[in-house]
Design a protein around this ligand. Structure first.
Ligand code: ATP
Ligand code: MG
Length: 216
């Protein structure tokens, strides 16, 4: 199995929460790779404008993984002058890493189901693998476009995935955590504490910077 695979999880991380973090850590351990890279997007092309700036979202990801060397922040999308298209990120990584290194993109089942609306998504598997994490409340329908794609490209083990550079889809179930950034923002917006849904340093940062409509 290739130890030098590049494994990443993209997202808006608005804000990063324990569902992201636990997913990332369990995936890194399950795949047996040294590191997993978190890539915050700059301009969310699939979403409404975020509740805080890209720089603040990036800073919260940094705070969240401080002291955990298995999780790394990758600033490529935030620093890019181009829009945050996954295709561009995959192409950039492939150019950087060469043809042989497996590239694995992790996403939740909710994101996977929306893939057909992503810019040139059909090219993703020519550049890397997709690892899809079950997320409470989201089920793949067999007769959907993504159900069909999954059948065609499915891998059955991390070994199978990491033995080639691209082209496979792996579904994996880990500790289900039904936390979403939407829930975190709504909790804060209604004046309640989001403690234990997000890391303490992230909550502190939100309070200090009065994000998500927080006043005092
Ligand atoms: P929002 O509620 O604003 O949509 P979110 O919680 O879905 O935010 P994103 O930044 O959109 O967070 O998600 C980034 C990636 O992390 C996506 O692939 C998403 O499916 C995955 N993800 C988010 N939350 C979880 C979770 N609790 N368990 C597993 N995967 C998750
Ligand atoms: Mg989401």
């Amino acid at each position: 199995m290739s130890k030098n695979a590049f494994v990443f999880m993209g997202g808006t991380f608005d804000p990063i929460h324990n569902g992201h973090l636990r997913t990332a850590l369990e995936m890194q351990q399950w795949l047996g790779v040294d590191r997993l890279h978190l890539i915050p997007s700059k301009t969310p092309v699939h979403k409404d404008a975020p509740g805080c700036t890209s720089a603040q979202r990036l800073e919260m990801v940094r705070l969240a993984v401080e002291g955990e060397s298995a999780l790394q922040v990758d600033e490529r999308e935030i620093n890019s002058v181009q829009p945050s298209y996954t295709l561009l990120t995959l192409q950039g990584l492939r150019a950087e890493l060469g043809d042989a290194v497996p590239i694995c993109m992790i996403m939740g089942m909710d994101a996977y189901q929306t893939l057909p609306s992503w810019h040139e998504w059909q090219r993703f598997l020519t550049l890397g693998h997709l690892i899809v994490v079950q997320r409470p409340g989201y089920q793949l329908a067999d007769d959907s476009v993504m159900g069909e794609l999954t059948r065609q490209h499915r891998a059955d083990s991390p070994q199978e995935l990491l033995s080639q550079p691209s082209g496979k889809v792996l579904l994996h179930e880990l500790t289900p955590l039904g936390i979403s950034a939407t829930q975190v923002r709504e909790t804060i917006g209604s004046g309640d504490s989001p403690r234990y849904l997000i890391p303490d340093p992230v909550w502190q940062f939100i309070q200090e910077n009065q994000l998500y409509g927080l006043t005092n």
